[in-house]
Design a protein around this ligand. Structure first.
Ligand code: UDP
Length: 237
């Protein structure tokens, strides 16, 4: 199987880690995602990962309840570290070498994010997890994913979701929703489709980094997206 992509950035939402649970991290989901990543890493693909924190805390939500927004956002960034550490553990238990790099210094548990070091780790075949988002409040982990992908010159951002790609309306609410195989950035903006927040999206667009939205919960799908010729999910061109 010919690898389509040499270096990828996989974005997983924090909410996906909930699985069937109301809160926290579902161990089965974590294991399943670790298997997916291991399968592509074994094909020689350089894998980096950004995980959200929405299953634990979101700054915006805190602000609606009266909390200081910046304080809440830092809590959200710490939430991404909890998820990232859990995923690092799941990967290491499967024998995958990893490095966790944090945008906020916490040296006892993660390396500080240094671009050149991240690239070196990837070249050595380690899965690199970028934690703590961008390190700045008022941003999202989608933006962190776009930023890191551009910095490390990833070939593609793979946004793992629980649906099969981008649809003309929410497929979880509308059974007649139609999926796009490919879609342009202009079309996404025109139709106001909720793919990524605008900051994240604009970064990708300006730097010509392709995005593929695909179903991360279907077994073997990540490898299909990365290593096969098969069209999986929706590619933003
Ligand atoms: N966050 C932030 N700056 C960043 C990335 C994240 O302030 O660069 C905070 C923000 O409060 C956000 C929370 O961390 O709501 C969790 O991230 P996100 O909502 O992107 O997680 P996801 O929706 O992917 O689970």
């Amino acid at each position: 199987m010919a690898n389509q992509y040499k270096r990828i950035l996989l974005k997983l939402s924090g909410e996906a880690l909930l699985g069937e649970q109301g809160h926290g991290i579902d161990a089965d989901i974590l294991t399943q995602y670790a298997d997916e990543v291991k399968a592509v890493q074994e094909e020689g693909v350089e894998v980096s990962v950004v995980i959200g924190g929405g299953n634990i805390f979101r700054g915006v939500k805190g602000a609606t309840e009266g909390m200081d927004r910046v304080q809440g956002d830092y809590m959200g960034m710490l939430a991404t570290m909890i998820n990232s550490m859990a995923f690092q553990d799941a990967l290491e238990r499967k024998g995958v070498h990893t490095r966790l790099m944090s945008a906020i210094r916490m040296e006892e548990i993660a390396e500080p994010y240094i671009r050149r070091r991240a690239i070196r780790h990837l070249e050595k075949g380690r899965v690199v997890i970028f934690g703590a988002g961008t390190g700045n409040p008022y941003f999202t982990t989608d933006t962190a994913a776009s930023l890191r992908a551009i910095e490390i010159e990833a070939d593609v951002i793979l946004k793992g979701t629980r649906v099969n790609g981008i649809y003309d309306s929410d497929p979880e609410k509308n059974s007649n929703a139609v999926k796009f195989d490919t879609i342009t950035g202009d079309e996404i903006l025109k139709r106001r489709l909720n793919v990524m927040d605008l900051t994240a999206f604009t970064l990708c667009r300006d730097n010509e980094t392709p995005i593929i939205v695909f179903n991360m919960n279907e077994k073997g799908n990540l490898k299909k997206v990365v290593c096969s010729e098969e069209s999986v999910g929706t590619t933003v061109v």
